[in-house]
Structures are given as C-alpha cells and as structure tokens.
Design a protein around this ligand. Structure first.
Ligand code: CTP
Ligand code: CA
Length: 221
C-alpha cells in the first residue's frame, strides 16, 4: 500500500510519532489518563510510512498497528520522554500527537491501595517532552506538536508554537463530541511560523494526516 506513483518523498527520513494518552500509575492496578485514543497519532504514522519514511511510533495507546510500523509501547510521560530522547538524535522530524499527562502521582504505591473513607492524591508536574526537544533540536529537525484546547484555540496554539520552539502546531478543539479525542474525525488549524494559519475542515483522521504529512514533505529538506 506504499504510494509508488510518486517517488516516495520521505524515503530515508526517520520520523518519530508519539500517540495516545499517557498512563500515570497510582498503584499496581490503577492509573490516571485522559480521553486520547491514539487514533490521530496512529493515522499520522501510517501516512508518513506511505510516503516512504522510516517511522518509529512511540505509543501509549492500545490500538493495533500494521506490522510494517516499528512500534515502541510506553506507558508514562517519563517513559515516553526517555524513549523519544533515545530516538531523537538521527530523527528528521518528531510529531508529538500524544496527549501527555501534565501531572503524575507524587508517589506510586507498591501495593494495591486499600479502601478508606476518602482519598486525596498529590501530583507532581511531568516533563514537557516537546519543549525539551525544542530546546535541543538541530536546524534541520522539524518538530510538530498539537494544541488540545477547549477555548481560545488559536491564541493558545500560537503561544505553544513559540514557547515550545515547534515548527508546526496543530490546533485541536477537544471540547466538541464529534472531533478530537477518541473519535474517528478531526478538524484542525495548522499554525506555522512562515505562513498564515490553515484550517482543515472536519474529516477523517487519515485525511487530516494527509494534510499534515504534505506540510512535512513541503518543509523538509
Ligand atoms: N506535550 C509534551 N509533554 C507534556 C505535555 C504536552 O510533549 N508534558 C506536548 C503534546 O504532545 C502536544 C503539545 O505538547 O504536542 C501541547 O500539549 P497540550 O496539552 O495542548 O499543551 P500543554 O503545553 O501541556 O499546556 P496546557 O495543557 O496547559 O494547555
Ligand atoms: Ca497538557
């Protein structure tokens, strides 16, 4: 199913894609996570592969993947950071489609916690993976992030583009039921440094991926 009609524009390019909502352990049988399914990240991985890229999919999702995609399963944000960092040096692009948990439980209980009358958990902040990549990326490495918002989509997305030193931010309204987290369709606005924002109207996540990977092909040297 690789597209041989054109001459595979991403041949010899290594692209890291992260996907899914990270799971942050509370005890051996419990964790906190979010509504991200991994569908957007997995669709991007497949589309990048179709254009000839070597794809490393670092996924916190349970979704199945075609066997031609190299997949590294991860659970927590810390684990995702280590895995992405290990793969980053010779990567040409990273697409951070994962919904990385902003916090993790401050302590992880070794045994299953016993029921009490009430429970208060305390959390520590997780590392910002995209930001850390933005701080050390080389000029020829491209960084694509998402901005999951329920309000002020474009303003917050622009701030993320700058704060994280990304090349492209895909702004994603996650406050509506028919798009974004855990469904098959998405509507996004792509923000880059060089051009005006481009809105990709509501369509399947694989069709959204075509637009994102087109951007990558155009902006990759
Ligand atoms: N991200 C990351 N590491 C984190 C949190 C987010 O790499 N600890 C990445 C996500 O994969 C996404 C981008 O940063 O590509 C933006 O994530 P988002 O949750 O929208 O933004 P945050 O920076 O976490 O800010 P906030 O949740 O407060 O909006
Ligand atoms: Ca966040």
């Amino acid at each position: 199913i690789r597209d041989h009609s054109e001459k595979l524009p991403l041949r010899n390019k290594k692209i890291i894609v992260t996907a899914g909502g990270t799971k942050e352990r509370i005890d051996p049988v419990r964790y906190i996570t979010n509504d991200s399914s991994g569908k957007m990240g997995h669709a991007l991985a497949v589309e990048a592969w179709k254009r000839g890229a070597e794809v490393v999919l670092i996924s916190a999702s349970h979704l199945a993947t075609p066997d031609y995609i190299t997949r590294v399963p991860v659970e927590s944000a810390e684990e995702m950071l280590r895995t992405v960092t290990d793969e980053f040096d010779d990567a040409d692009a990273v697409i951070m489609a994962a919904a990385v948990s902003d916090y993790a439980p401050a302590t992880v209980e070794k045994q299953k916690m016993k029921k009490k009358d009430s429970l208060t958990l305390s959390f520590r902040k997780n590392p910002d993976i995209l930001k850390s990549l933005g701080e050390k990326k080389k000029p020829d490495q491209l960084l694509i992030g998402f901005a999951a918002e329920t309000e002020d989509l474009i303003r917050y997305a622009e701030k993320k583009l700058n704060d994280k030193n990304a090349d492209l931010i895909i702004a994603n309204d996650v406050g509506k039921k028919d798009r974004g987290f855990n469904v098959d369709e998405n509507e996004v606005t792509m923000l880059s440094r060089k051009s005006e924002p481009v809105t990709i109207s509501l369509r399947s996540k694989s069709d959204v991926s075509v637009e994102v990977i087109d951007w990558l092909v155009t902006n990759m040297n």
